[in-house]
Design a protein around this ligand. Structure first.
Ligand code: ATP
Ligand code: MG
Length: 428
């Protein structure tokens, strides 16, 4: 089961006189001033936040900002100078050495940037190493190691030696070694930073996939905002030992707390980070599929509102299809009775799912005659994305804050048309 971590007013001071340094902190002195006056270095400065069970929590910040210090306090590799760390409610500062070893063996695993594999041990032995240290019997640990290797896509590689593997595969072994004890918490300190970009992206996907099959609480340190945005459920940004902002990728991008955070966010690849659902707009003609004079009424709506396309929804807001004035006319050609809208659906205006990255919209947009409808996983219509909308969105330093989605009721096609009043939607 994934576990919660609470970080409660945690400080770490490196040096001879930590209490003196903390007093100066209380007096409001900065990290730099305290270092100059006392020779003590503040690693972490009053960090307080909660990491929820099962989330991927990314810690970012410039070199020296305190990321590694913070994460190493979570399994007490570094002891806080003051403050508390609670793992599932348990203050780990109060654990005995034996309890602490058990916590590291069973609950918390760590993956480092350097793979630190033992060259004369096989992949299987390397993977089982932590369990061996913990005194787990050979058969049991090798079985657990085999399973962990299979989880990271290295089934069958157990008998190989590390130097027979590529860098990416070696880091998979590092990950398998951490997974072998089936921990509820994974601490990953720049675990993917040494990998080349393609392998790195692959490993990020691997981690997300692992998270799908079994949720763990993952604390992931990264220098790379694109990585943080891609895998992080939430992100903490550190500066000079302080946590300056904690938020979802969206919150960090849209409302950076200060100039430091803003400078991080500026370089981000918005097209990869933002999804179709983020930029969909409720701005075009939407009609309900109810009403037996479907095509005729829809054509009237389009003509009256001078629109080319309409998005057709079921009563539960599911998108049924897209019609154009031309497709309606074609369908009605030579037809005199009522005609359902589905006879006029365009075949080249397929919806995109809300979680499609903006970068992947260009292909479908280039073949569609109209703005693309965006739907949720269950098929609910969320709005549309247009070519100009996407270009405008990408053509700026920091992505704009999309306006809140407005709930607009679809037009009801009136079965008594044409006597009824003109049922045109409020168009924007
Ligand atoms: N053992 C130590 N003794 C003295 N100072 C230390 C020690 N470990 C860390 N520090 C100091 O604490 C601060 C935070 O260091 P930390 O290693 O946590 O940063 P980081 O954000 O992980 O940096 P990087 O991105 O380079 O890994 C730095 O100023 C560093 O010099
Ligand atoms: Mg570090």
């Amino acid at each position: 089961m994934a576990k919660q971590i609470i970080i409660d007013h945690v400080f770490k001071v490196f040096g001879e006189a930590p209490q003196r340094a903390l007093e100066l902190v209380q007096q409001g002195l900065s990290k730099q001033d305290i270092l100059a006056r006392t020779g003590n270095s503040i690693g972490v400065f009053d960090a307080s936040f909660t990491i929820e069970p099962g989330e991927i929590f990314v810690v970012m910040g410039l070199s020296g900002s305190g990321k590694s210090t913070l994460v190493r306090m979570l399994n007490r590799l570094i002891t806080p100078t003051s403050g508390r760390i609670l793992v599932e409610g348990q203050d780990i500062g109060l654990l005995s050495e034996r309890e602490l070893r058990a916590l590291r063996r069973k609950d918390i695993s760590m993956v480092f940037q350097s793979f630190a594999l033992m060259p004369h041990h096989t992949v299987l032995q390397n993977t089982a190493f932590g369990l061996e240290l913990a005194g787990v019997g050979r058969q049991e640990r090798e079985q657990a190691a085999e399973q962990a290797l299979a989880q990271v896509g290295l089934a069958g590689w157990g008998a190989s030696y590390p130097d027979e593997l590529s860098g990416g595969m070696q880091q998979r072994v590092g990950l398998a070694r951490a997974l072998a004890s089936d921990p509820s918490i994974l601490l990953m300190d720049e675990a993917f930073s040494a990998l080349d970009p393609i392998i790195r992206t692959e490993m990020q996907s691997e981690l997300l996939r692992l998270q799908e099959s079994k949720r763990r609480t993952i604390v992931f340190i990264s220098h790379d905002l694109d990585e943080a945005m891609r895998i992080g459920d939430r992100i903490a940004i550190m500066k000079d030992g302080q946590v300056v902002q904690v938020g979802t990728p969206d919150e960090i991008l849209r409302c950076p707390a200060d100039d430091y955070v803003r400078s991080f966010v500026r370089g981000v690849d918005a097209a990869a980070v933002f999804k179709a659902g983020d930029i969909a707009r409720q701005a075009l003609t939407v009609v309900s599929a109810q009403g037996d004079r479907g095509c005729r009424a829809a054509l009237r709506i389009l003509e009256d509102s001078d629109r080319e396309y309409a998005y057709v929804l079921a009563s539960d807001q599911r998108l049924l299809g897209v019609v154009s004035s031309q497709s309606l006319r074609d369908a009605l050609h030579g037809h005199h009775g009522p005609l359902g809208l589905r006879h006029a659906f365009l075949t080249n205006a397929q919806p995109v799912s809300a979680d499609t990255p903006v970068a992947e919209l260009f292909g479908p947009m280039s073949t569609a005659p109209c703005p693309l409808p965006v739907v949720s996983e269950s098929g609910t219509y969320l709005g549309v994305v247009s070519r100009t909308g996407v270009m405008r969105f990408l053509d700026r330093d920091t992505p704009p804050v999309p306006p809140p989605q407005e709930e607009s009721a679809p037009l009801q096609l009136n079965p008594h048309y044409p006597q009824a009043a003109n049922p045109v939607a409020p168009l924007q």
